[in-house]
Design a protein around this ligand. Structure first.
Ligand SMILES: C[S@@+](CC[C@H](N)C(=O)[O-])C[C@H]1O[C@@H](n2cnc3c(N)ncnc32)[C@H](O)[C@@H]1O
Length: 181
């Protein structure tokens, strides 16, 4: 994802980018990548179930290929809602359970895959879980036939944090983005 942020930051928009990564090795890799891209990003140690940020901190939260691994999806999505400003966007790219013979193969491989792939679940239907969150409205969902079995298909989407009554609609300029590297 970092190359996309680097491109966006160097365009007409101004972003502050913050990120979390619990694994020290992956965090170092992400830091090196950011430096090569000249991307100014604060990468903290942290986990999705307890984000190290205050309430209503971000205009945009981005998750990329991480909700397959997070142990408690419900707690993590509640954290996304907590740190998003009212009217802010949650954007994601995740792989999910397939159909037919591919789904059956995913089911067979899932226990071994979870062990060797850092806790990744092959058969989650993550976007359906996002759709159940009362505070989020779906703006866009696209199922994409990309990836290689058992890690396919993918879904990308945008959900908006519903504004609470009494809050005034603010500027649409993007000021902060919390992103997963
Ligand atoms: C498949 S990688 C995706 C990396 C990157 N986001 C990308 O799009 O290329 C999954 C990442 O999620 C991290 N991760 C695992 N459990 C997590 C958790 N509970 N909270 C936050 N990140 C987690 C892993 O350390 C790993 O770096």
């Amino acid at each position: 994802m970092f190359p996309y942020f680097a491109e966006a930051v160097s365009s007409e928009y101004f972003f502050d980018v913050s990120a979390i990564e619990p694994d020290p090795h992956m965090r170092k890799q992400a830091q090196n990548r950011a430096e090569r891209l000249d991307l100014d990003v604060e990468i903290r140690s942290g986990v999705a179930k307890s984000l190290p940020y205050a309430d209503d901190s971000f205009d945009i939260v981005i998750a990329s290929m991480v909700f397959c691994t997070i142990p408690n999806v419900e707690t993590a999505i509640n954290e996304v809602v907590r740190v998003l400003k009212p009217g802010g966007e949650f954007r994601f790219l995740e792989h999910l359970a397939d159909d037919g013979w591919r789904r059956r193969l995913q089911g067979v491989l899932a226990p071994l895959w979870k062990t060797v792939a850092g806790g990744c679940h092959l058969t989650r239907r993550t976007p359906s879980l996002f759709a159940q969150v009362e505070e989020l409205d779906i703006v866009e969902l696209e199922r994409m036939s990309i990836g290689v079995t058992p890690v396919r298909p993918f879904v990308r989407g945008r959900l908006v944090h519903r504004r609470r009554e009494g809050l005034v609609r603010g500027s649409t300029a993007i000021k902060n983005a919390f992103v997963k590297p």
